[in-house]
Design a protein around this ligand. Structure first.
Ligand SMILES: [Zn+2]
Length: 179
């Protein structure tokens, strides 16, 4: 019997169904509006970092850079609409600094995301070679007991084939069979 239903939900950068990039653009637009409405005296634009992190994690570095530049340009446009409460040059320098900071955050986030992706792939490859139940994640010990994999003191079974269902999951799968 080889029932291997994958119940692991999609997670992080390795997920097959990435979030729609339109969603992060909508959140960004709302932040720009909130920043503009609250006026130049409040630093609502610090929250620009959130959609940039989200975009770098799920959509990648290039999209996040595009967003970082767009948000900084929008902040400059807000300064223009406010009639440049500081000066034109100060607003320009501030927004170049903002763009550089956001792009740096995007770069670091994308690095972290790709490391997570590599670790997840490696973990899945290793787990596929171990006697681990694909349903509940319990591992079969040398004495035939099924225990959490986190139990570092155990010796894994050498006779149980990889991706075997534990007795509990096997029984549950058997019970739900129609008829
Ligand atoms: Zn199980």
């Amino acid at each position: 019997m080889s029932i291997t239903p994958q119940t692991i939900p999609p997670f992080g950068p390795g997920a097959k169904s990435r979030p729609n990039p339109a969603r992060v653009l909508v959140y960004s637009a709302l932040l720009v509006i909130l920043d503009f409405v609250s006026g130049p005296q409040y630093a609502v634009s610090v929250f620009f970092v959130l959609p940039v992190i989200y975009a770098a994690w799920y959509q990648g570095f290039r999209f996040a850079c595009f967003l970082a530049a767009g948000l900084s340009i929008m902040r400059f446009m807000s300064n223009w609409a406010w009639g440049f409460p500081m000066s034109h040059d100060t607003a320009l320098v501030n927004n170049v600094l903002r763009a550089v900071t956001l792009i740096l955050v995007a770069f670091l986030t994308e690095q972290l995301a790709s490391q997570m992706r590599a670790l997840k792939t490696r973990q899945e490859r290793l787990e596929s070679q171990l006697p681990i139940c694909p349903e509940c994640g319990l591992a079969c010990r040398h004495d035939g007991q099924w225990v959490p994999l986190e139990d570092g003191t155990m010796n894994l079974s050498k006779t149980t084939p990889p991706k075997s269902l534990c007795p509990e999951c096997e029984r549950r799968n058997y019970d739900v069979q129609p008829g």
